[in-house]
Design a protein around this ligand. Structure first.
Ligand code: ZN
Length: 425
């Protein structure tokens, strides 16, 4: 089989022949981490698909030698990934609470009221905008997945179904006006054409408006070994210094940044039009920028060595699991998140180690994890199985999960987290 032409056909936005930085177009040659071959993380397998092939793509992250953007090659179009998306944000109670606090803080900071407009890019099922609706602030959600957009509309959050970029930004502005607050959480890292996306925000934002974006912080990914947050749908891995460069190229200035505990350590950046100097640049933005430069995020040395660190983490996790199985112990998983897919496939963990995993999202129940084909059951299955260990795959939610499933202590069950390295709670 001609695998070269196969890869070329499935890589319409820049296949292996022309792998260039998605921001600055420099050729990419320096490996950040090579996680082997992996399937798409949201393609949960239905029972009738168990006997079929499944596409695997190289999960190999590079760092750009010119702008230091850590990134994956794009093998699939966003349309293939996001048009029928299984992730409903409202299934995570701690994430909905994070959104409520955000809505309160932004309403106060930017004096948002009935005369304002808030728009969210990749607004999912309305988990966040519902909190602005409750405060009487007009909103518009922009969401590419029609099934989750329907859920948002059903709960009273007006939502337009489309991908975001220059063209859709102009169309939205013509139809709905310009937002005073334009936000996007965990979307900036997920767009293949980051220049088109940021240029679209420049077009849509009101002249005096503010942008906030949240994304996992690359510094935390490296420091805490979060290699499993690398998956095909997550194209870019962002430091403050690189994001600042991307925004600046499109006429947007960052004026503040917060470090958040979400998703293992995220940044919330605040942006505005370069001309709108009334929103002054804060000291904490300058301080974090200085810290990243001092830590070497503008040198290649900062990124070399991560690959070997990840291999060591894999060996430690497998040693634990092999030892537990040799002692005759029963292990199950908790959660079927995207990051679990990378961890399970890279480490080669299937039903030889985990009898099953569970997920609160009914959309995933009754299906199987991509590649590793582990059954995904409802959380109640844990009580019936009485496992010795429950491996928490969404380790960023370990507090929430270990409380919800605290009953495993009744039979001496223990929780295990795999990241930053394997640890029994
Ligand atoms: Zn670059």
């Amino acid at each position: 089989m001609d695998t070269t032409s196969q890869a070329g056909r499935s890589a319409p936005h820049g296949g292996s022949r022309s792998f260039a930085c998605r921001f600055c177009a420099a050729p990419l040659a320096t490996t950040f981490v090579d996680l082997g071959m992996s399937p798409l993380c949201q393609t949960h397998i239905r029972p009738d698909q168990l006997h079929e092939m499944e596409p695997f793509y190289p999960l190999h992250a590079y760092v750009c030698e010119r702008c230091f953007l850590v990134q994956l090659q794009e093998f699939v179009t966003p349309g293939e990934i996001f048009s029928e998306y299984a992730y409903f944000s409202s299934y995570s109670t701690s994430w909905v609470e994070h959104a409520r606090r955000y809505a309160q803080a932004m309403s106060e900071r930017f004096a948002l009221d009935r005369g304002s407009k808030v728009m969210e890019i990749a607004s999912n099922d309305g988990y966040l905008l519902q909190h602005f609706v409750a405060r009487g602030v007009p909103v518009l959600g922009i969401e590419p997945a029609a099934n989750v957009a329907r859920a948002a509309i059903a709960k009273g959050v007006p939502t337009t179904v489309r991908f975001f970029g220059r063209d859709s930004a102009a169309a939205i502005a013509a139809e709905h006006g310009h937002p005073d607050l334009l936000l996007g959480n965990n979307v900036l890292a997920h767009v293949p054409d980051i220049n088109d996306f940021v240029a679209g925000m420049k077009i849509l934002l009101a002249p005096h408006g503010a942008i906030t974006m949240e994304f996992p912080h690359l510094a935390r990914l490296i420091a805490e070994n979060q290699f499993d947050t690398i998956y095909h749908e997550h194209f870019s891995y962002l430091s403050l210094v690189t994001v600042e460069r991307i925004f600046a190229r499109h006429g947007l200035t960052l004026f503040d940044v917060e470090e958040l505990p979400t998703h293992g350590g995220s940044l919330r950046i605040y942006g505005r039009h370069a001309q709108h100097a009334a929103l002054a640049v804060t000291d904490r933005l300058a301080a974090l920028r200085r810290r990243e430069v001092d830590d070497g995020f503008e040198t290649l040395d900062r990124y070399r060595g991560f690959d070997e660190q990840v291999k060591r983490t894999k060996r430690k996790l497998l040693s634990f699991l092999i030892d537990a199985k040799n002692r005759g112990q029963k292990i199950v998983g908790y959660g079927a998140p995207g990051k679990g897919n990378t961890l399970l496939n890279y480490c080669g963990i299937g039903t030889d180690f985990l009898d099953f995993t569970v997920d609160a999202n009914p959309y995933k129940q009754g299906k199987y994890t991509p590649g590793t084909r582990i059954p995904i059951l409802a959380p109640e299955a844990i009580r019936a199985a009485r496992p010795d260990y429950v491996l928490i795959l969404p380790w960023n939610l370990q507090d929430e999960i270990s409380q919800q499933a605290a009953y495993i202590r009744e039979w001496g069950g223990r929780f295990v987290v795999p990241i930053p390295e394997v640890r029994v709670l």
